[in-house]
Design a protein around this ligand. Sequence first.
Ligand code: C5P
Length: 245
Amino acid sequence: MKSEMTMATGNSCELILALDLPDKIQALNLLDRIDNELTWVKVGLQMFTRWGPDLLNEVADRGYKIFLDLKLHDISNTVASTIESLSKCPVEMMTLHSLGGPEMINAAKEMRNSCGSQVKLIAVTVLTSHDESTLDAIGLNGPIPKRVPALAEMAVASGADGLVCSPLEVVPLREKLGSESLLITPGIRPIGSAVGDQKRIMTPAEAACAGSSFIVVGRPILQAQDPKNAALAIQTELASQRKNG
Ligand code: C5P
């Protein structure tokens, strides 16, 4: 049985495992192996598209909390209806795209509230795979260090409970948004683990120290020889940062 955890804010930092695997049985076996070293699991488009709400139920039945990362971006009515559909699923946090604009984010929040759902709405700003030339190509004015805080502020003012951002964006976003907003950061690499395609990285302790509410870690755990140990090492690093911070 997993311990009850409060929702992390700027004062603590929790680990989320990105469950980026092609196969449901493999994913559930991995969760059974990691067991009590972990509370949060991120389910993304790849797995949700293939396995849907059944996967969410099977993950939640094992006692995990779910961060559903679908980056919803559509007309307000469609996003609100999707929030209503998802309110039947065991999801604690989910993403929507800030480029959907204030009306879409507000419609999502209104629907969440009217469903009596507690799901936290987390906005994505500029994808970390985008650079200035991508912004030009889609007709958005850069530069990214200006665009991200502007989108973040709009998203939170429109009803988002937090943001997905690069760990390098956490300090300025915390200054702008205060301690209540949830800041969720991928791009995390423990010392010694392969960087892969992530470009702007921090260690778990650095991200926690900067003010991340949650760190999202995939391959450093998924591809470790002993995933349970890899998760434990990150939890230990976060706990010691908490003690020293
Ligand atoms: O394997 P790795 O630790 O790089 O996984 C990071 C996870 O965070 C992946 O699921 C990836 O899709 C997601 N993510 C990201 N960068 C973003 C948004 C999400 O790496 N800007």
